[in-house]
Design a protein around this ligand. Structure first.
Ligand SMILES: [Zn+2]
Length: 412
């Protein structure tokens, strides 16, 4: 009896550690003029308010996830519409479902998985590498907390070819991006020889897959805070942890849509590529290119909002910078977005990040194109209306993103 009570006590302790969002609401605000837009933009950069859809332009919805106290303060300035009051309930259901899965660890492609289970599956996939290919896993560096940053390189024996780079989970809470990424990797490896689209892709390109850019953050969303976004680096002089890795790349760092304040979710870090997760990715992409292998395309996966975004994301002096290769990049972006939309009859926006969504400097795809010289770089913001997603969305998400990628793989 005593041991049962002890165990119950431990369980209570463990679950108490996981942050609760009781009473929180996901709300939508439509900035009606430039002044309102600037106010929201200032809050995004200067406060720890949790923006799920960041301010972009007048008339475009902004989503905020707010505690009762924050909602009272925000509601005194803006009219808002409540989109959801059930996020905590959905997290409870998600946790109950994940904890009830047996045996553990056990990778489930149609549900979400913790970090260790995902990495075990990545190594299992490497072991299932099709005959005639090599699936090499290797660390490109370590995270702030010392986790290896694992890339899988898929190559065809005896052939030197252009490569496609795909990464996901730079933002910790975007679990659907991770799950969609794993289905893409599985399709390439397990369906080679049976699925014609996967077979053609594998026969044409090398792949470099980095499923989890931000392991510390992803682990933290499972252990402590479901809504954590950044990495877990300590910021000297601040009690707030973490840098937004997708604002930390060393290309036009800090010019637009980023924050200098560590408590902001868009904090761009102490300096360009100050974060080891970013430095490792930059160095690896350069290493590949310097070895003589051309990276044909780079994809960086996010949720949510249904966008296919391309470079550039940054603005200079408040003006979006236009890519010198805009026309060819946009042509392929259009094909990818249309293929995605046709898959499940959904509506997606597409085009340069800065003009289509918002300005954000130091992001992955700007660096890939602007610094590494990868011509085709895209950032899908996947389906959904929250970071907590029903697992039945994973398969359609994979199908529509794969349809877009198929256009990329077959592009001449
Ligand atoms: Zn993201």
């Amino acid at each position: 009896m005593r041991s049962i009570l002890f165990l119950l006590g431990l369980c209570a302790l463990a679950s108490a550690k996981y942050k609760r969002y009781d009473g929180y609401k996901l709300v939508e605000i439509i900035p009606s003029d430039v002044r309102a837009l600037h106010t929201l933009g200032a809050w995004n950069g200067e406060t720890s308010l949790d923006f799920w859809e960041e301010p972009s332009s007048v008339g475009e919805p902004v989503h905020l996830f707010l505690s009762p106290e924050s909602l009272e303060a925000v509601g005194s300035v803006f009219d808002y519409k409540v989109l959801s009051e059930t996020i905590q309930q959905e997290i409870d259901e998600e946790q109950a479902r994940l904890k009830s899965r047996v045996p553990t660890p056990y990778f489930e492609y149609d549900d979400f998985n913790d970090y260790e289970t995902i990495m075990a599956e990545v190594y299992d996939l490497a072991d299932r590498c099709p005959a005639g290919f090599t699936c090499a896993t290797y660390a490109i560096g370590q995270s702030v907390e010392g986790e290896d940053l694992i890339v899988m390189h898929i190559s065809k024996d005896g052939e030197s070819r252009d490569a496609v780079w795909i990464d996901s989970t730079i933002h910790a809470r975007e679990w659907l991006a991770t799950a969609t990424m794993m289905k893409i990797l599985q399709n390439l490896i397990d369906n080679y020889g049976t699925d014609s689209s996967a077979t053609d892709a594998m026969d044409k390109y090398d792949f470099y897959i980095l499923p989890i850019v931000n392991p510390d953050g992803y682990k933290f969303t499972h252990s402590n805070e479901r809504m954590w976004r950044k990495n877990r680096s300590v910021n000297p002089g601040s009690t707030c942890l973490g840098t937004d890795l997708n604002r930390n790349f060393d290309f036009e760092h800090g010019t637009s849509g980023t924050s200098t304040l560590p408590c902001s979710d868009t904090f761009h870090g102490a300096g360009p590529a100050s974060e080891p997760e970013v430095k490792a990715q930059q160095d690896e992409m350069h290493r590949i290119m310097n070895s003589g292998q051309n990276i044909f395309a780079g994809i960086s996966m996010h949720t949510y909002g249904r966008y296919w975004l391309m470079n550039y994301g940054h603005a200079l002096s408040g003006t979006c910078v236009v890519s010198p290769d805009h026309d060819v990049q946009f042509e392929l972006c259009t094909k990818m977005a249309q293929a995605t939309m046709a898959t499940h009859n959904t509506n997606w926006a597409y085009g340069p990040m800065c003009t289509t969504l918002y300005a954000a400097s130091g992001n992955t795809i700007d660096y890939m194109y602007g610094d590494v010289g990868i011509l085709y770089t895209y950032l899908p913001e996947l389906r959904g209306s929250s970071f907590v997603v029903d697992p039945n969305q994973i398969q359609p998400s994979f199908e529509e993103i794969w349809a877009g990628l198929h256009e990329l793989f077959t592009h001449e």
